[in-house]
Design a protein around this ligand. Structure first.
Ligand code: MG
Ligand code: MG
Length: 248
């Protein structure tokens, strides 16, 4: 069942989203060669708690971090720690915050120093695919209009869409119905209504689509070792069009 949110609920989710976005901006400003992913995680947790919010990921199914930090061929769910970032890498950071029981969820991929043109292009295309999906968050559209829009942008650029991990409804839980795949057929799926809220989150690979999990039980990597990028926003369907909740 897809839970519709009231205007009052959306305003609380907007605050959770604002804090999530502000955290990601601060983390992005701290990304540089030599910093550890653990230092970024500490910065994020301190900021979120200082805003009176709660890190959404810490302890979620036992996840140890406030952030997921995924480097280069890591797709999602990388565990922050002692790893030191190197010039030319790309770092995907996923972050969530809880305010009054409501969740915000957003992700971005950052360059570490100067990166190669192909890495830059992968990040740009992944961000563009997210915004193509967001543009479909209008009452009367169908859920897989979002999916198809994301997929077409990614594949037109020659990149591959990860199948095993998808976006999701979000509200009083981080993961609610429905699943929001980053691939699918336009004109299918549930009809969108004002008050639906989705975390749309394309994970796009430079090489093949296949992924696997590492022995740490969390980190998902590309099977072929190619780069992967991840951008995510929490977005409400409203009568005035798409409303991105995870903005400052
Ligand atoms: Mg996320
Ligand atoms: Mg998510």
């Amino acid at each position: 069942m897809i839970v519709l949110k009231s205007a009052e609920e959306l305003s609380v989710m907007r605050e959770a989203g604002r804090i999530t976005a502000a955290t990601l901006r601060r983390v992005g400003e701290a990304v540089r060669p030599g910093v550890t992913t653990g230092e970024l995680d500490e910065l994020a947790e301190t900021f979120i708690r200082g805003e009176g919010a709660v890190p959404a990921f810490k302890g979620y199914h036992g996840f140890p971090g406030t952030l997921c930090t995924s480097v280069d061929g890591e797709v999602v769910h990388g565990i922050p720690g002692a790893r030191r970032l190197l010039e030319g890498q790309i770092l995907s950071v996923d972050c969530g915050a809880i305010v009054e029981g409501y969740y915000g969820d957003s992700a971005m991929t950052f360059p570490v120093g100067a990166v190669a043109a192909d890495a830059r292009r992968l990040m740009d295309v992944t961000r563009d695919s997210l915004h193509a999906g967001i543009a479909k968050c209008i009452p009367g559209m169908r859920l897989h209009d979002i999916s198809a829009a994301v997929q077409s942008v990614a594949e037109a650029a020659g990149f591959a869409v990860v199948r095993e991990y998808v976006g999701h409804g979000i509200g009083r839980s981080m993961h609610e119905d429905p699943q929001v795949p980053n691939y699918g057929r336009a004109g299918t799926g549930p009809t969108l209504k004002a008050g639906m809220v989705f975390a749309i989150e394309p994970m796009i690979n430079a090489g093949g689509a296949a992924v696997r999990s590492l022995d740490d039980g969390w980190t998902v990597v590309t099977e072929d070792g190619g780069l992967s990028a991840h951008f995510e926003h929490t977005v409400a369907v409203t009568d005035d069009g798409p409303m991105i909740l995870t903005l400052e």
